[in-house]
Every structure is written in C-alpha cells, then in structure tokens.
Design a protein around this ligand. Structure first.
Ligand code: SME
Length: 152
C-alpha cells in the first residue's frame, strides 16, 4: 500500500473514533473536514457544498472564506454533481468555468455525496494551493472516509 493510502487509513481510524458519538451526518462531515484539513498539508480548503432548492450552497468548511453559493451547472463542484462522478482537476485554470473562490487554489478534487438511497445531496470539495495535488488514491482514501457519514 502507498504511503498516501496508509495515511488515509490512519485518518480513517482516527475519524471513526470521533464520529461514533452521534449519527448526525453534518457533525460527522464537519469532523471529517477538520481532521483532513489539519492532517493533510496539501489541503488549502476543505469543505462541503449542499444542494438546496436547485442551488449549491456552502455548508461547513475549513480554510479561507469561500463562495456561499455556486452558479448553477458551472465549475468543478457542479461538474461532479451533474455527472455523479469524482472530478480531479490538476490545474484549475485549465478547467472551463472553474469558480475561483480564492486565487491561491491551484488544484481540486470534488466527490459527490450520496444519501443511503444513492441520491446525490452535495459534494466534498478539497482545494490545494499546489498544482496536481490529487489523484485516484486521494479519491479512494477520501471515499472510504466518507463512508463514515453513515457507519460506526
Ligand atoms: N472551485 C469550485 C468552487 C468552490 S471553491 O473551490 C471552495 C468550483 O469550481 O466549483
């Protein structure tokens, strides 16, 4: 197993230890964001956008102040929601329609969040101030951690 996946596994165990005291998914997501943001040095902004009346609205996050609302069907978060796929962007400047909440963000990973029935209700969005910070191992490690929204 790679060093990166080993680290995600350690964070999974740590987060599993924290989130078991409540089944509230927003508390669990906030804790996931806090741990990831403080333990992964490349993470510059770590947060969640949620669908509300057809809009994507910020819910909880760690990092600099970000856009409250994302223009519909534009940018990386909407691309993840609309395609129901993880989107990894190595260079945000090269992504058509990318929404720059902070000019320091250089690369980004967005993973759709689904409820127990598999319906997408929002997304986890992580930005880095370094280009090319994310790959499929991040997706794998992060998806396992996101499973903790409903488990333990
Ligand atoms: N860059 C995102 C907007 C959210 S910020 O990264 C916090 C996008 O293009 O959807």
């Amino acid at each position: 197993m790679s060093k990166k996946l080993e680290k995600y596994d350690r964070l999974y165990e740590q987060i599993a230890g924290y989130v078991g005291t409540t089944k509230d998914i927003w508390a669990r997501l906030a804790t996931i964001e806090a741990v990831l943001h403080h333990k992964m040095p490349a993470f510059f902004w770590t947060g969640v956008y949620v669908l509300s009346e057809g809009e994507l609205v910020v819910r909880s996050y760690q990092g600099p102040v970000a856009c409250q609302k994302l223009k519909a069907h534009t940018g990386v978060c909407w691309a993840a929601i609309d395609s129901d796929q993880t989107i990894i962007v190595g260079d945000v400047e090269a992504f058509p329609g990318h929404i720059a909440c902070n000019p320091k963000s250089k690369s980004e990973i967005v993973i759709p969040l689904k409820d127990r029935e598999g319906t997408v209700f929002g997304c986890l969005d992580i930005d880095s101030d370094m280009e090319g910070a994310f790959d499929r191992e991040d997706e794998q490690g992060l998806k396992k951690i996101l499973g903790l929204i409903f488990e333990v």
